[in-house]
Design a protein around this ligand. Structure first.
Ligand SMILES: Cc1cc2nc3c(=O)[nH]c(=O)nc-3n(C[C@H](O)[C@H](O)[C@H](O)COP(=O)(O)OP(=O)(O)OC[C@H]3O[C@@H](n4cnc5c(N)ncnc54)[C@H](O)[C@@H]3O)c2cc1C
Length: 509
C-alpha cells in the first residue's frame, strides 16, 4: 500500500511494499534520563498508556523523547496507516540506483538528528558539499561560488553590494541565534502550547513572530536589502525548499531557510533516512501497528469518586481501520499533519477541535527522477567540466515550470553514475521542458507527487500543539518550518507537554 502523501504517477518501480496487518514489538535499548517521573507508572492501576499516530520521523522522535523522560513506566503504541515507517522519508530505485525520494538533506547543525545518528549507531553519508551551484534566470546562469550556501556568496559582493550582504547576514544571524535557544529551553524541560509562545521564548523582542505576519520580500525591503538579493540569492533557495516564492511565504520561514548556511555541511543516513525511524521506534520499545488508519478519537470522561469530588478520569480511544477501539489511552500524540485531508483525525467529543475547513493547506510538489546527463547546451556551459552544475536553482523571472534540478547521490553515499537528477516542479513537466533540461538521451523517468510541506502564507496562522486535555500535535511545528529537525523539535515539545499532563493527572488522584 502506498502512502497517500505519496502518489506515484507513471512510475514502474516505485513499489514500497505490501503486506497484512501485524504488530511488531521491539526490544528496548533506551534508558530514561535522570529524574524519571516514576509517579506516572501506576496511573489508574496500570502503566500510563500513550498512543502515537504516525510512523514518520515526528512519531519516532516522540517515542524517543517519551522513553527518555519516562523509562519503562509508560507503554507506547504507534498507529501507522501504511505498511512501512518513514512517511515523507522514503527511497526510490531508479534503474539499479537507490536514491532518497522524500526528505533528503540533513545539516551538521541539526542537533537532534546528529544525536539520533549517534544513539542508534547509524552510519552517515556526506553529500552535496562539493556541489557546484548555479542560478538560472531563464536566460543565463548566474555564476555562484562552488559552495552551496549563501554565506560563501560574499565573494560576489561586487554584484549585490557589501551593505546589502551585511544587512542580510545580520538578520539571518539574529534569527539563527534566537531560534537555537529552543535547544536550551527544551533541555531545561520548558514546553509550549503554541508556536507563537515558542517564538516569544526564543526572542523577547517579538521580531520572530512579527516576521511570520509579513512576506519574506516585505521584511527584506523593510531591512533595506535590495530586491536583487531577494530574487537571485534567497528566492532560488526558497523555491528549492518549499516550491513557493519570496512574496508568498512569511519572513520567518524565509530567514530560517537562508540560515541553513550556518548549519552546513550536509549529510544523510546511509541506506536511507527512513532507517532512523525504524531504529528509533525499536530503541524506544514502541509497539508499532501497521495498516492502522486512525480516523477519529473518542474522549471518555468519568468521575473518579462517588461523592463527586470533581476528580475526573480522561481517557481516549482510537477509531478507524485496525485500531483496537477496546484499548484506552491517557495521552494521544498526533504525529501527522492534520491539515492534509487523508491524514486528518477528528474528535467530536473534544472541545475546540480544529475542523479541516479551518486549517491551512499543504503544497503539492512533484519530484521528477530522470536518469540522464544535463543538456548543457541549453544552459550555455561546456559538458563534463568545472562549469557543469550539480544544482540548478531558478528565479521567479524564469517563467519555466521547475524550481530546481539536482544531481543525486545514492543512499550508499556515491554520486549517481549514470547521473540521476531530481527536478522539483509544481506541475507536470512537458516534453519540451524535459528536452530543454536533459536533451534526447533520457533513459529512465519517474515522477512522485507529494503534499510535501505547508503552503506558507504572508500572514501565517498557527495550529496549537495541544488539541485537547491529553491530545498533542507534533506537526504544529511545521508552520514555523518544515524539515526533519523541526519534526524532532516539535516531538520533544509534545513529549514534554504530555509528560507534564501525565504528572498533573497523577497528582490529582
Ligand atoms: C520531496 C520532499 C523533499 C524533502 N526534503 C527535505 C530535506 O532535504 N530535508 C529535510 O529536513 N526535510 C525535507 N523534507 C521534509 C521532511 O521529509 C518532513 O519534514 C518530515 O519527514 C516530516 O516527518 P513527520 O513524521 O512529521 O511527518 P510524515 O513523514 O508525513 O509522517 C506521518 C506518518 O503518519 C502516517 N499517517 C498519516 N495519517 C495517519 C492516520 N490518520 N492514521 C495513522 N497513520 C497516519 C503516514 O502514513 C506517515 O507515515 C522533504 C519532504 C519531501 C516530501
Amino acid at each position: 500500500m502506498m502512502s497517500s502523501l505519496l502518489k506515484v504517477v507513471p512510475v514502474s518501480a516505485a513499489v514500497l511494499g505490501t503486506g497484512g496487518f501485524f504488530y511488531k514489538t521491539f526490544s528496548s535499548t533506551l534508558k530514561a534520563d535522570e529524574g524519571t517521573n516514576e509517579e506516572v507508572q501506576n496511573l489508574f492501576g496500570r502503566k500510563s498508556r500513550v498512543a502515537v499516530i504516525g510512523g514518520g520521523i515526528g512519531g519516532a522522535s516522540t517515542c524517543y523523547f517519551l522513553r527518555k523522560l519516562h523509562g519503562d513506566s509508560i507503554d507506547i503504541d504507534v498507529y501507522e496507516k501504511d505498511d512501512r515507517l518513514g512517511g515523507r522519508l522514503s527511497t526510490l530505485d531508479v534503474n539499479e540506483q537507490t536514491v532518497e525520494c522524500g526528505g533528503t538533506y540533513i545539516l551538521k547543525g541539526h542537533r537532534y538528528m546528529v544525536q539520533f545518528a549517534k544513539d542508534t549507531d547509524s552510519e552517515t553519508n556526506d553529500v552535496l558539499n562539493d556541489a557546484k551551484m548555479r542560478v538560472w534566470n531563464g536566460e543565463s546562469l548566474i555564476n555562484l561560488p562552488s559552495s552551496m550556501w549563501w554565506v560563501d556568496l560574499v565573494k560576489t559582493t561586487w554584484r549585490y553590494g557589501p551593505l546589502n550582504l551585511w544587512r542580510l547576514d545580520n538578520t539571518i544571524d539574529f534569527v539563527d541565534k534566537s531560534f537555537k535557544r529552543i535547544y536550551n529551553l527544551q533541555e531545561e524541560g520548558v514546553s509550549f502550547e503554541t508556536v507563537p509562545e515558542m517564538l516569544s521564548a526564543m526572542d523577547e523582542t517579538q521580531q520572530l513572530f512579527e516576521f511570520t505576519q509579513k512576506s519574506f520580500q516585505q521584511v527584506m525591503r523593510e531591512k533595506n536589502i535590495h530586491d536583487s538579493v531577494t530574487n537571485e540569492l534567497i528566492n532560488p533557495i526558497i523555491r528549492w525548499n518549499l516550491g513557493q516564492d519570496a512574496d508568498d511565504v512569511n519572513g520567518l520561514v524565509g530567514f530560517l531557510i537562508a540560515g541553513g548556511g550556518k548549519d552546513g555541511p550536509v549529510w544523510n543516513f546511509k541506506d536511507g533516512n527512513n532507517q532512523v525511524c525504524q531504529k528509533l521506534f525499536q530503541s524506544s520499545k514502541a509497539e508499532v501497528r501497521y495498516h492502522s488508519h486512525v480516523k477519529s478519537i473518542d474522549k471518555l470522561v468519568t468521575n473518579q469518586s462517588s461523592e463527586g469530588s470533581g476528580n475526573q478520569r480522561v481517557q481516549y480511544r482510537l477509531l478507524g481501520e485496525n485500531t483496537d477501539a477496546g484499548r484506552s489511552y491517557d495521552v494521544v500524540i498526533v504525529a501527522t499533519p492534520l491539515e492534509i485531508p487523508s491524514c486528518y483525525v477528528d474528535c467530536d467529543s473534544c472541545q475546540e477541535w480544529p475542523s479541516l475547513s479551518d486549517l491551512g493547506q499543504y503544497q503539492k510538489r512533484l519530484t521528477n527522477f530522470v536518469e540522464s546527463e544535463l543538456n548543457t547546451e541549453s544552459y550555455n556551459v561546456a559538458p563534463d567540466t568545472q562549469e557543469t552544475p550539480d544544482v540548478i536553482l531558478t528565479t521567479k523571472a524564469d517563467k519555466t515550470n521547475y524550481d530546481t534540478v539536482i544531481r543525486l547521490y545514492q543512499t550508499n553515499g556515491q554520486k549517481t553514475l549514470p547521473a540521476v537528477h531530481k527536478v522539483f516542479s509544481r506541475e507536470s513537466l512537458t516534453e519540451e521542458q524535459i528536452k530543454f533540461i536533459f536533451g534526447d538521451k533520457v533513459k529512465d523517468y519517474k515522477v512522485v507527487s507529494w503534499l510535501a510541506c505547508p503552503r506558507y502564507t504572508a500572514e501565517e496562522k498557527f495550529i496549537s500543539f495541544r488539541l485537547d486535555d491529553g491530545v498533542f500535535h507534533v506537526n504544529a511545528i511545521e508552520r514555523m518550518k518544515v524539515g526533519v529537525e523541526f519534526s524532532a523539535i516539535g516531538a520533544r515539545n509534545v513529549a514534554l507537554l504530555a509528560s507534564k499532563y501525565l504528572k498533573e493527572s497523577c497528582s490529582k488522584l
